[in-house]
Design a protein. Sequence first.
Length: 183
Amino acid sequence: MRRVLVVGGHLVDHPGRVPPRFPQHRVEAVTAAMGAVLDEWEVGPGTTVICGGARGADLIGAGLALSRGAAVRLRLALPPAEFARRSVDLPGTDWHARFEEVRARSEVEVLPAGAAVGDEVFAQVNAWMAEEAYGLDERPRLIVVWDGKPGDGPGGTADLVAQLAGRDAEARIRIIHPDPTAL
């Protein structure tokens, strides 16, 4: 049996987002917290990490997993260029370069055209990742960067958590709040 981990969570905010959810200045702290969980769970060779590839939680987790020798499966909601425009690019940051680096080192698949309409593609990718994770491991783990609130639209972090929650969910799901002072 393989060890499987799904990584997801909030996008890093565009400047001026009100209210802020995952501001760029929290990336370093979130990266450290996620790295600690990956260390605890001994993520490395023999681990498969599945994520959606967006800036923030997805790319942080994928980058950390690759640096530990894990295999990464990137499951994109849209073709790479369109996905990058909608869910990766943030002026004045290195998110696009991170995306391209992760994409070059991962197994990449794109949700088939017509699988969902509009923003529903993001919910469809969550279901796809959950199905794939359970197909590889009867007890996949999940790490999310999440404030615990409903998302801005279909396929948000709450939806991903719901897709992967099951028996012993507390033991298999780690939530990293993007701003621990907000708790």
